[in-house]
Design a protein around this ligand. Structure first.
Ligand SMILES: Nc1nc2c(ncn2[C@@H]2O[C@H](COP(=O)(O)OP(=O)(O)OP(=O)(O)O)[C@@H](O)[C@H]2O)c(=O)[nH]1
Length: 308
């Protein structure tokens, strides 16, 4: 295995014949980070680990899991379903190639292969992968604040809801809304308002320490933070820390009825999700906590455990 270099794309070569693996590895490792597996199960072990793979070169006939079974697993798994696969096989009949492509492979190379052609096809697939990764990233990021957007939040909420339900662990949510943002915009101007949104987003992102936690722009001047596997008490502490951090920015707001600087209100809730319930239940309950914080005078955290 070659050491990963920053920004270098990664290729996983799967073949039970060592000689094929060696030839491919020699040709590709000067250009990419290369991983190798000598069977289907070994390939899935690599793909299911944290390693990020950009392309799989997959043999079809292997003694344990064959290439079709590996490809099926790749497509069924959320974390791997978008990884392009090139079949590389001695099965060289037109119907084998058609079957491989219909199965979901992006390309099909027959053995014995010409290494220059393999390199060109690998380069083409990796170039497409780079573009689709970029589009995926842009589709999930809020253009103004550069934090993940509502679309990404909807996906993540659904994913974490199901994950926490499986492990019976709490999922917590914080909803945060800037206080008196309308008078800020009205008096300081819309672009000054945009700057505040950027500063709030960046402060929230800095305050997020655990790897599973994430802040999203929910819409307008509202943000939502998801904290998987986090207790209600811990989430209240995180919310209070965020409130203090934004207040500490000390951004003047002469027209706020709350303080003479920018403040935020936060609602917090937690639940141990059950698969039969909708994740929106938690969202609506957290929104209710935010409403309580606004009604109780703003610049504060309100929360309640959601029990089923
Ligand atoms: N600058 C800027 N303003 C935005 C953006 N999205 C929403 N807003 C403004 O956010 C303000 C939200 O105002 P309201 O919902 O009345 O709330 P508020 O004045 O913050 O009052 P409370 O939330 O009750 O404290 C409106 O003036 C919107 O125009 C944005 O992207 N940029």
């Amino acid at each position: 295995m070659t050491n990963a270099i920053d920004n270098q794309q990664s290729v996983l070569i799967v073949d039970d014949q060592n000689i094929n693996t060696l030839v491919l590895e020699n040709a590709l490792s000067p250009l990419y980070t290369v991983y190798t597996a000598n069977g289907g199960q070994a390939a899935l072990n690599i793909l299911h680990s944290q390693t990020s793979i950009d392309l799989v070169l997959l043999d079809i006939q292997m003694p344990d899991l064959d290439g079709y079974q590996v490809l099926l697993d790749i497509r069924q798994n959320d974390a791997t379903k978008n990884i392009p696969v090139i079949f590389i096989s001695a099965k060289d009949a037109a119907e084998d190639e058609a079957k491989g492509l219909e199965f979901g492979a992006m390309d099909y190379i027959t053995k014995p292969f010409n290494i220059t052609v393999v390199k060109a096809r690998v380069r083409n697939q990796l170039s497409l992968k780079k573009k689709s990764d970029l589009l995926e990233k842009l589709a999930n990021i809020d253009g103004l604040t550069e934090v993940p957007n509502r679309r990404r939040y909807d996906e993540k909420l659904d994913l974490e809801w199901r994950r926490c339900a499986r492990s019976s662990s709490p999922l917590s949510m914080i909803m945060l809304d800037i206080d008196a943002f309308k008078p800020f915009n009205d008096n300081y101007g819309h672009s000054a308002g945009d700057e505040i949104l950027k500063q709030v987003a960046s402060t929230l992102s800095k305050k997020i320490r655990r790897s599973g936690d994430e802040a999203f722009r929910y819409g307008g001047e509202e943000f939502v933070i998801l904290l998987p596997e986090t207790s209600f008490e811990s989430s209240i502490r995180v919310a209070e820390m965020m409130r203090e951090a934004i207040e500490a920015l000390d951004i003047p707001h002469e027209y706020s009825p709350v303080e003479k600087h920018i403040t935020v209100s936060l609602g917090v809730s937690s639940i141990v999700p059950v698969a039969t319930m909708s994740a929106k239940t938690l969202q609506e309950f957290t929104d209710l906590q935010l409403y309580k914080a606004k009604n109780a005078g703003r610049n504060q955290v309100q929360g309640e455990l959601l029990q089923v």
